[in-house]
Design a protein around this ligand. Structure first.
Ligand SMILES: NC(=O)c1ccc[n+]([C@@H]2O[C@H](COP(=O)([O-])OP(=O)(O)OC[C@H]3O[C@@H](n4cnc5c(N)ncnc54)[C@H](O)[C@@H]3O)[C@@H](O)[C@H]2O)c1
Ligand SMILES: O=P(O)(O)OC[C@H]1O[C@H](O[C@H]2[C@H](O)[C@@H](O)[C@@H](O)O[C@@H]2CO)[C@H](O)[C@@H](O)[C@@H]1O
Ligand SMILES: [Mn+2]
Length: 442
């Protein structure tokens, strides 16, 4: 393979997912070759923790690529072809509050759904808008591939501010992760499956699983399996308790609504009371992830620094997060038209949803970006859920842009995890106080 080499910048490179993303870039070096890799984070300290492991990996497996670590955004965005974005505005401390504050009011405490996702979205928008403007100053044609959450809210906000920018793509790895799990259950290759999917980010359904080699839709077989067996992620042995519970709730959702297979994130909207009750308000997913993934990765990086070698250390690979990001970039860079589940402006894809909604659907990734496959009209049940959820997303973004307290209150009241305006007001006031460095409403 003799493909054009790319300059890539990772924004939020201090994320503990970065070492595994580097592993993915190394594994894909033939398919998506790098000329220059820039790691950018606003926190030098955060990057410092993983710097030696990453440097040693690149020296060993990618000596031909230039490697830059920087906390200078001007340097990060000069002469770049692809920007992979994974910033967490407010870091662990704010994720923890996003999850814990709603639980005080008996509401779902989750980083992307419900009041926690609302607060996180309000924090993410301004730095994301700033980043896009900066990138466009220096690299007007760069592809901006964004993972930053809540991707649903960030996508709506960026589409409002940069409606003509065709090189911003917001993506989520959860459908990819679920497809990996489906393939394991069905004993087929993930890349032989073409999914049907519709909804909004972290709020959607799989409709079919077309198996290319046999021309068969494997969805009926999968649903039959899930009616009788617990749904486990493909890497169940490595998953912490809360993710295993999350996957089990797909079985529960299917038992009520067997028509389509729900994204795991719908559990928060269908079972908010049960989930809030079962949560531990002093130990949420943020704590679990810190004690799990973060500790594991940082321990490996610390050893690499101490011994200044990779001896005895694992080669980390992002089987979902990292691989998907690189495959997405590859499909765009070399016009491969591979099918992914993408987030795009609706514009008639779901005919009974607003044109300006940012919908999640199957689509092809081409040199011109994502081309979502048309879905048509969705049935009343789904239409009701989606129209309501999109109204929540839109009001959230408008409340930030207009500093409008009333719209924020309306947004939270519409959110199916809240509903009650008394609780919506209490949780909004608490979140506003906790986030006063980041956003403010009148
Ligand atoms: N879309 C998806 O499906 C998906 C999947 C996984 C993770 N994510 C998202 O990726 C992001 C990273 O998650 P994590 O848990 O690995 O994060 P993390 O907390 O380990 O790291 C995030 C990094 O972002 C940096 N950062 C904060 N604000 C920044 C800014 N303005 N500019 C540059 N860097 C900044 C922090 O200093 C930190 O090093 C989050 O937004 C998370 O929600 C999304
Ligand atoms: O709770 P976390 O921080 O472990 O994960 C939150 C993210 O979960 C989904 O993504 C993937 C994740 O990227 C991957 O590394 C692995 O751990 O599996 C997760 C679930 O399949 C979700 O799509 C993201 O939006 C969340 O940020
Ligand atoms: Mn996601």
């Amino acid at each position: 393979m003799n493909r054009k080499k790319q300059n890539v910048t990772i924004v939020g490179a201090g994320s503990t997912r970065t070492p595994a993303l580097i592993g993915s870039l190394i594994n894909f070096k033939e398919r998506f070759p790098l000329r220059k890799l820039t790691l950018f984070d606003i926190s030098k300290d955060r990057m410092e923790l993983q710097k030696d492991y990453i440097r040693l990996m690149m020296e060993k497996y990618y000596p031909e690529a230039e490697l830059i670590f920087t906390d200078d955004e001007d340097q990060a965005y000069i002469d770049v072809d692809y920007v992979f974005v994974q910033m967490r505005v407010g870091n662990f401390e704010m994720r923890s509050l996003d999850e814990k504050i709603p639980l005080k009011y008996g509401l779902v405490g989750q980083e992307t759904c419900g009041p926690g996702g609302f607060a996180y979205g309000m924090r993410s928008i301004a730095p994301m808008v700033h980043m896009v403007k900066k990138i466009r100053e220096y690299s007007k044609d760069a592809w901006i591939l964004n993972y930053t959450n809540p991707a649903a809210i960030v996508a709506v906000a960026l589409d409002k501010v940069f409606p003509d920018d065709k090189r911003i793509l917001n993506i989520c790895d959860q459908p990819y992760s679920m497809l990996k799990s489906f393939s394991k259950i069905l004993d087929v290759e993930q890349h032989d499956i073409e999914p049907g999917y519709f909804g909004l980010n972290h709020f959607g359904w799989f409709t079919k699983l077309y198996h290319r080699p046999t021309n068969e839709d494997l969805m009926p077989k999968l649903k039959e399996y899930l009616m009788k067996h617990e749904f486990k992620p493909y890497n169940a042995e490595q998953r912490e308790a809360s993710w295993l519970e999350t996957y089990k709730n797909v079985n529960k959702m299917l038992s009520f609504f067997p028509e389509y297979l729900p994204n795991t994130y719908l559990q928060y909207y269908f079972f908010p009371d049960e989930i809030a009750k079962e949560s531990n308000p002093s130990f949420t997913r943020a704590d679990e992830a810190k004690e799990g993934r973060e500790k594991k990765v940082l321990d490996i990086c610390k050893k690499a620094k101490e011994q200044n070698s990779l001896e005895g250390l694992p080669f980390l690979v992002g089987e979902v997060h990292g691989n998907m990001m690189v495959e997405v970039a590859e499909s765009i860079a070399y016009d491969l038209r591979k099918v992914f589940i993408v987030i795009v402006r609706n514009e008639g894809i779901i005919t009974n949803l607003p044109e300006d909604a940012m919908v999640e659907c199957a689509g092809e990734l081409t040199k011109d970006g994502a081309v979502g496959y048309p879905i048509g009209k969705v049935d009343t049940f789904y239409e009701g859920l989606l129209v309501n959820q999109y109204a929540y997303e839109k009001l959230t973004v408008e409340s930030l842009f207009e500093s409008n307290y009333q719209k924020a209150l309306q947004a939270l009241t519409l959110n199916r995890t809240v509903i009650n305006p008394v609780k919506a007001k209490m949780v909004l006031d608490d979140l506003m106080e906790a986030n006063k460095e980041y956003w403010y409403l009148r």
